[in-house]
Design a protein around this ligand. Sequence first.
Ligand code: ADP
Length: 275
Amino acid sequence: DKLQKCEVSSKDEIGELVTAFNELIDRVAELEEKRRAFVSDASHELKTPLSIIKLLSDSLIQTENPDPQFLREFLTDMNEEVERLTRIIQRLLDLTKMDQSHTNMNVEVVSVTALAGEVCEKLKPLAENKQINFIYTRPDDDLMMPIDRDSMTEAIYNIADNSIKYTENGGTVKLELLRDLGNILIRISDSGIGIPKEEIQKIFDRFYRVDKARARDTGGTGLGLSIAMDAVKLHGGYIEVSSEEEKGSTFTIVLPFESGTPAAPEDALIQESVT
Ligand code: ADP
């Protein structure tokens, strides 16, 4: 609140400088507001599981000679909340890492074909648990490109993990790797519950969940997609989403493959097309 805008009183260079200064102040205020909202959201998300643990432990303390069945149920619930806290904290750490990654990125030329295959292997057991038909379509050759292995793995993992989470038992999840003009496309589609049209723009926001209760049941934190988006943006790419309720969703990670490929315009980071 110390920074104050100046009045523009001349049209010369000083006037231009003052205008630029004022714009900078707006930007700082905007960033500060985002940071404040983030800290407040994060604290709130951490508080919920803690309150539940407190409630359950208070009640255990007050119960004399609780029967073993009762004890087990309470401890199981507390254990789940601890796991939830751990998940949120891990994701918060991932986000901070990503914030610094412009300088910390460990870029090497790797095969995206192999990397996507590794992510699929990791997710296979989750898909099998739900009898989901999980298909990886890969090109014949290794698509080599310079990427930061960890953050790209995380991006693909988070999106494909969602596809499995938000698809009913027995559904289908597909991961396709394609080359399109100067881009590599990693397309993950599912036959799941879909996303209401008006929510599509919001799902990349930190902590945003379309259905809080359902996301809670599936262990969601509302951070997975914002981490994926940060990671893809760090690679100069963007994510496209199309979805239809009760039919399914398609997320496409678009990565510029050849240098000089124009990246998406700023306002097209999320290109939605409802098919
Ligand atoms: P979460 O940890 O809750 O899954 P994300 O940031 O990964 O958080 O996703 C945000 C929200 O977007 C989810 O809570 C869910 O409502 C919605 N969502 C993401 N992926 C899908 C999908 N494949 N199908 C339907 N809804 C999805």
